[in-house]
Design a protein around this ligand. Structure first.
Ligand code: E4P
Length: 224
């Protein structure tokens, strides 16, 4: 499973990109708006931090297929690199997806809440579909089950489209999606630290350090 970071915050992206094996960044209009800065400055800075080879998923804010395509072309020209235009599922979005595929522009169909939405998005040519796990869990749905069903659908029909699970609020949700065989998960910055932390790990590391110091003091292997 590939990990992406779900944020528009450049400091968080810089940190996570340096310390974690991420495959890219996802944003959405809410995350961009939180930064209260110039859109192009922000998106270009994110591209600059992660480089051209890592994925950048940027969402259109248009509501008609033609305008979505116009905006997608401008984003592609301006930011370049490994780029996917996020488009919410809907009639206009599906039409835009089919148009963008003819132009060779990558698409992530977002705001997915059901396996049928995902299957139709994949048939339209979406490269990724983004089911919202925590938002489903919050309405007493089963976010992981939806992800599992989408993975099965794509396997059954040999579709190239990848499942990009999104909207996580805890590590257990990420773990359950990983078990489902989903291809990619996009995660808020704070969940990366939560995913690698464990009190037993801290205890083990503290033990190594104190046992070593008891015999060798501050000397390290480099000092022998
Ligand atoms: C990603 O595609 C979504 O925009 C994002 O993960 C939604 O997350 P939220 O439910 O925390 O807003």
């Amino acid at each position: 499973m590939k990990y992406l970071i779900d944020t528009g915050n450049v400091e968080a992206i810089r940190h996570i990109n340096e310390f974690y094996p991420i495959a890219g960044v996802t944003t959405n209009p809410t995350l961009v708006a939180k930064e209260k800065t110039d859109f192009w400055k922000l998106i270009k800075e994110i591209r600059n931090i992660i480089g051209d080879d890592k994925m950048l998923h940027v969402q259109t804010v248009q509501t008609t297929a033609e305008k979505m395509v116009e905006e997608a072309k401008l984003i592609k020209e301006t930011v370049g690199g490994e780029l996917y235009i996020k488009i919410p599922i809907g009639e206009e979005g599906l039409k835009a997806t089919m148009m963008l595929k003819k132009l060779g522009i990558g698409v992530t169909m977002t705001a997915i809440f059901t396996p049928q939405q995902a299957l139709i998005a994949a048939k339209a040519g979406a490269d990724f579909v983004a089911p919202y796990v925590n938002r489903l869990d919050n309405i007493v749905g089963d976010g992981t089950r939806v992800v599992e069903d989408i993975v099965i659908e794509f396997d059954n029909y040999g579709l190239d489209c990848q499942v990009l699970s999104a909207s996580f609020k805890n590590v257990e949700q990420i773990h359950n999606c990983a078990l489902s065989g989903c291809h990619t998960a996009t995660i808020a910055p704070e969940l990366f630290k939560a995913a690698i932390s464990h009190p037993m790990t801290d205890a083990a590391v503290n033990g190594f350090t104190s046992d070593w110091k008891a015999v060798y003091g501050d000397k390290t292997i480099l000092d022998f």
